[in-house]
Design a protein around this ligand. Structure first.
Ligand code: ZN
Length: 173
């Protein structure tokens, strides 16, 4: 197990569009170790429910997420080379980001996302993600394209909050 360092804004890797992972590369020990380390890192970060590879300095299309990371850790997803087919039911909610430790931002995201991707073994997964999982997925997907949640902010005066202004623990993705 290894817990990796998280890159914070404005590290340039966070702005880099990530390349797809080849099937043969995915099964290499180095890539499997990276996946394991990303899962360990996500679970080691208090409040974290998702982590994208560029956040640990690897510009490849890989993200890990678990909407239940703070409870029973039963919804782990390893997502490689994701493709979104449709998005619907847009709604705003407050998000955190491990690469912006001081801020929370209200972002409008789809509550229903149809997508496909490869899992850690290279098998294709087709799934419809709903509600909280859909939000996490879209946040991490943005990271793979060099897009950050500050780019999704519509009105900074209304949508940006400093963590220090909030007392409760919040979500990090
Ligand atoms: Zn993030």
């Amino acid at each position: 197990m290894a817990v990796l360092d998280i890159l914070e804004y404005p590290n340039p890797v966070l702005r880099q569009p990530c390349r797809p992972i080849e099937a043969a590369e995915l099964l290499q020990p180095a890539m499997q170790a990276l996946i394991t380390d990303m899962v360990d890192t996500m679970y080691a970060c208090p409040g974290a429910v998702g982590l994208a590879a560029p956040q640990i300095g690897q510009p490849v299309q890989l993200l890990v997420m678990d909407a239940t990371a703070k409870t029973d850790r039963s919804m782990l997803k390893v997502v490689i080379n994701p493709v979104v087919l449709s998005q619907s039911k847009w709604k705003a909610s407050r998000e955190g980001c491990l690469s912006f430790p001081d801020y929370l931002i209200t972002v409008k995201r789809a509550r229903k996302v149809e997508a496909h991707w490869l899992d850690a073994t290279g098998q294709r997964v087709d799934e419809t993600l709903l509600e909280y999982e859909a939000v996490i997925f879209q946040h991490e997907l943005d990271h793979l394209q060099g897009v950050l949640f500050i780019d999704r902010m519509r009105n900074p005066q209304r949508d940006l909050i400093r963590r220090s202004e909030l007392e409760a623990s919040q979500t990090n993705v």
